[in-house]
Design a protein around this ligand. Structure first.
Ligand code: GLN
Length: 482
């Protein structure tokens, strides 16, 4: 039995009776035991997975109708609520928080008979890009454990890459699915804003974030999106999906399609030589596949990171105000009760990065400063959206490296917060404009992965998958060494 199976191959094997769900889950749990001390992908591992597997096996035996995932183990980033389980957001403030309900994306996976195998590590409240800001210690890159796995959905990417599960759900506010997907050599999709319900996702910057799949293959990404997407009465920003089967015609190819190479994201000083080379190779590949590639410009991209951090900190400032030791982070001590010190008791449980964002988030939209910072950031967002909408009149896809650099060593980048934030240079545009974007594993240089980002127009995930699938089929990447 091979734990490296894709989701689609897993389903075929179960249907063929090659092994039972219970056998697969048992082996998965053993694998987690073996490798997770090295990579720390999980904050908690399910203690009901085997029991659930057994139930599905019995249903298979009695020819009941089984959901499309057939008991496959899927992990979930620990900022999504799963009823009855501790949901920490990798923060001490939610150390004891037991989710009272299950969020929509997760419950849709469960409805389709996935087994939620555990909750994965992240940067505290999804703020970061390396998992170094997790209050429970970082995750490690399975390609080389001296290096970060990316983030904030680092644990999710690691769990898939280190063969501790078949797929995972991450969340992406400014790159948190695509960045770790690129760093760990998995496929990561940030869907169009509104395609996947955020109900049960603990908010960081709710106006731009989305839940999305992290998988071994592009087909698996489409397979999971089929399950989790679509309108949800619990999230008013969701819309009815236009495609009911993203796997359909995934192999249509990209012959005759037009691809814009975003020059600001591809030819800037911040892009490393290895990443630049990989990107140039991918352009040649796209051309060989029959697409027409052309360099183009999105003029507001250089302002996107500043606008992104201004907007997201503002939203974080209000979203995280609820961690006040009354509603969450409860730690009641009535003796000598004094309101401010009582609230600050909860705030002191927040890590330095989250604290920095909250301070910034109180300042940038405040009276007297909003015009200079917050409103200006909103203008950048509108301008960038107009530019990208215009670009999609001409181009089917826009491409760039997912991240300008390869994985780096622990501690190597966090000392300088501004250059650290600039690592998000290529990913934040899709969030600010609501567009779908996917990272496809493309090369491996010096033993570390490089991903290519493809963006498409809103709700064109079906087209996006066709391009990603065509690219994926041209690569032959090594197996993870762990
Ligand atoms: N690095 C970005 C941030 O810290 C993106 C995080 C995310 O997408 N959740 O905000």
């Amino acid at each position: 039995m091979d734990l490296r199976l894709s989701a689609l191959n897993y389903v075929t094997s179960i249907k063929n009776g090659d092994f039972t769900v219970e056998e697969f889950i048992e082996k998965t749990l053993e694998r987690i035991k073996d490798v997770d001390e090295k990579v720390h992908a999980f904050l908690q591992v399910s203690d009901t997975a085997l029991e659930n597997a057994n139930k599905i096996d019995r249903r298979i035996k009695s020819n009941d109708k089984i959901g499309k995932f057939y008991g496959m183990p899927i992990s979930v980033k620990d900022n999504m609520c799963v009823e009855g389980t501790i949901t920490t957001c990798a923060s001490k403030v939610l150390e004891n928080f037991i989710a009272p309900y299950t969020g929509t994306a997760v419950s849709r996976l469960e409805f389709d008979d996935a087994i939620i195998i555990g909750k994965t590590n992240l940067d505290e409240f999804a703020m970061g890009l390396s998992t170094e800001f997790s209050a429970y210690g970082p995750s490690r890159n399975p390609w080389n454990t001296d290096f970060v796995p990316g983030g904030s959905s680092g644990g999710s990417a690691v769990s898939v890459s280190a063969n501790e599960c078949i797929a995972s759900l991450g969340s992406d506010t400014g790159g948190s699915i695509r960045n770790p997907a690129s760093f760990c050599s998995v496929v990561g999709l940030k869907p169009t804003y509104g395609l996947v319900s955020r109900y049960g996702l603990i908010s960081y910057a709710n106006s731009i974030e989305q839940i999305g799949p992290m998988t071994r293959t592009v087909e698996d990404s489409a397979f999971l999106l089929n399950s989790i997407s679509g309108v949800d009465s619990n999230d008013n920003t969701t819309v009815e999906k236009s495609h009911h089967d993203y796997l359909q015609n995934i192999d249509a190819g990209i012959s005759g399609k037009t691809i814009g190479i975003v020059s600001e994201m591809t030819n800037s000083d911040g892009v490393s030589t290895e990443v630049m080379n990989a990107t140039n190779n991918s352009i040649k590949t796209f051309e060989k596949l029959g697409a027409n590639c052309e360099e183009m410009s999105l003029g507001s991209v250089p302002y996107a990171v500043a606008a992104y951090y201004t907007i997201t900190s503002t939203e974080a400032g209000s979203n995280l105000a609820r961690y006040d030791n009354i509603r969450y982070g409860y730690d009641f001590d009535s003796e000598g009760f004094e309101f401010n010190s009582y609230i600050s008791k909860a705030r002191k449980k927040l890590g330095p990065e989250v604290t920095r964002r909250m301070i910034l988030g109180g300042f940038v939209p405040s009276a007297g400063y909003a015009g200079k910072y917050f409103l200006k950031a909103l203008k950048v967002k509108s301008k960038l959206t107009a530019e990208i909408n215009n670009a999609f009149k001409k181009f089917d896809f826009l491409i760039s490296p997912t991240v300008p650099i390869q994985p780096f060593k622990f501690g190597e980048k966090i000392e300088d917060p501004v250059s650290f934030m600039l690592i998000d240079f290529n990913t934040v545009t899709a969030n600010l404009t609501g567009k779908p974007a996917i990272s496809v594993p493309y090369e491996n240089s010096n033993g570390l992965p490089i991903g290519i980002q493809i963006m498409a127009n809103s709700f064109e995930e079906n087209k996006l998958f066709q391009a990603a699938y065509a690219l994926e089929k041209t690569v032959d990447l090594p197996e993870v060494p762990l």
